[in-house]
Design a protein around this ligand. Structure first.
Ligand code: UDX
Length: 432
């Protein structure tokens, strides 16, 4: 099929490349002409494992093209996926001006039947607005359908997630749209939920909010564990074996970050409020998440007393491993708190240092984990990059002023670290 994807960001670009891999012909459109020019030279706008290889492969196969002109996308694809950003406004509400703008411009350029699909995460009832905006802006009477097809890929494993989804969700209001979208995803052979548009929109916000709730739940349990000498990892293991609970998203630590979970729960709280539902549970999920960062800093203070003039080494800055994404990364909050208390921060991240330089002032960026550890009073792990498990602990010990490790992700092997003479502190491992 001929498909168009509007927006070459974290969702749009992976979607475009994966559609090409599934055998479709795709055009990816973005109004950032520089980004498009770079993509035409196979230069990726962000780090995502496997993405560059796919883009190169299908630039060659001719199945993936790029354009900075929306009209090219409107002409080419029988189905047009909107994957532009829906950033949060100051009050947490999703800002849908990009979605509206794209949808208006699509309508103005449309000359024959098209299906316009929301791929970005949007609040319930956006489909209704899409339909209205398109109808208001058509130049001539052209038939069209709108649909919702939320994307569940995770950053860092986006390509794999897209091609191996747990489920595909399709929200439609016509038989023609249903048939076409089923045809688009037919190569993936994944369980598919076909529903109305509002339900599809809700599946996305409800899923991300539920995942966030799972994380905050285990983090609250971790707080209890710290007070009674219990081990949250064992508690999570014991809980997770119950198939009704499941073992995923029960990793306690400094909480969730990134541009999806934090912003989606805020947007869901906001839309629920607007509809007259006070989603207090989600407000608490967000509060517990914030609390985790304060708890981590408190753990450091418990070991170092005053933080003024102390040197803290930070390993890992991105909001999770295998991405360079710093958006709403817990590290920003944690480093902000450490700096406010007068500590000097020396940081290292395998991929996110470029992005981090833009949002972390006063931090010393180091070229490897050992240099970050040099002269530090405490080492804090904030992102679970696999290479941190393989460091030479003897060397780290030599570099540090005081051998204290605070593991914000319960990621390091505590026994190994302790064996090398460190004081090791995790989250919810029975030590405040
Ligand atoms: C999330 C959803 O998982 C995905 O389905 C949706 O499409 C986009 O939002 P993403 O933000 O890429 O994906 O990352 P995810 O793997 O969900 O992690 C989110 C945050 O939660 C990270 O900061 C991670 O470190 C944290 N997390 C995750 C925990 O603290 N504990 C866990 O058990 C799992």
């Amino acid at each position: 099929m001929n498909l168009s994807v509007v927006g070459a960001g974290h969702v749009g670009l992976v979607t475009g490349a994966c559609f090409a891999q599934m055998g479709h012909r795709v055009i990816c459109v973005d109004n950032d002409a520089k980004r498009i020019a770079r993509l035409k030279r196979n230069v990726m706008p962000y780090y995502e494992p496997g993405l560059e290889a796919l883009v190169r492969k299908h630039a060659k196969s001719g199945r993936l093209r790029f354009s900075a002109r929306l009209v090219d996308g409107v002409r080419f694809g029988e189905v047009i996926f909107i994957a532009v950003g829906t950033p949060p406004k100051a009050n947490g509400e999703a800002d849908l001006t990009y979605v509206e703008g794209v949808c208006r411009d699509i309508a103005r350029a449309m000359t024959s039947y098209r299906i316009i699909v929301e791929k970005s995460t949007v609040p319930v009832e956006t489909g209704k607005w899409l339909r209205r905006t398109i109808a208001m802006n058509l130049k001539t009477k052209v038939p069209f359908d709108v649909a919702s097809n939320p994307e569940f890929l995770r950053e860092g494993t986006g390509v794999h997630d897209f091609l191996n989804p747990d489920r595909i969700v399709i929200g439609v209001e016509s038989d023609a749209a249903r048939k076409k979208l089923l045809q688009v995803y037919q190569p993936l052979k994944a369980p598919t939920v076909v529903t109305d548009i509002a339900s599809a929109e809700l599946i996305k916000h409800a899923s991300n909010s539920f995942l966030a709730a799972k994380i905050s739940f285990i983090n609250a349990v971790a707080q209890v564990c710290d007070r009674v000498g219990a081990d949250v990892e064992k508690v999570a293991e014991g809980m997770g074996l119950d198939r009704r609970i499941g073992k995923f998203f029960l990793d306690a630590g400094i909480g969730f970050g990134g541009f999806c979970l934090p912003k989606d729960i805020e947007a869901f709280i906001h839309i629920a409020d607007k509809l007259g539902v006070d989603f207090r549970l989600l407000k608490e999920v967000a509060r517990i998440n914030e609390e985790q960062r304060a708890i981590l800093v408190k753990k450091i203070e418990e070991r170092l007393w005053n933080l003024k003039q102390k040197t803290i080494a930070v390993w890992g800055l991105s909001f999770k491993p295998h991405t360079d994404d710093m958006r709403l990364a817990p590290s920003i909050d944690v480093i902000g708190r450490l700096s406010a208390a007068g500590a000097k921060v020396r940081a290292y991240d395998p991929e996110a240092m470029g992005e981090a330089r833009r949002c972390l002032n006063g931090t010393v960026f180091c070229s490897d984990p050992y240099r970050a550890a040099k002269g530090s009073d405490c080492l804090v792990l904030l992102t679970e990059w696999p290479q941190f498990q393989k460091v030479d602990w003897k060397k780290v010990h030599r570099m540090m002023e005081h051998p204290i490790v605070v593991d914000g992700r319960n990621f390091l092997d505590a026994a190994v670290v302790r064996r090398h003479g460190f004081e090791y502190v995790g989250m919810g491992q029975g030590r405040p």
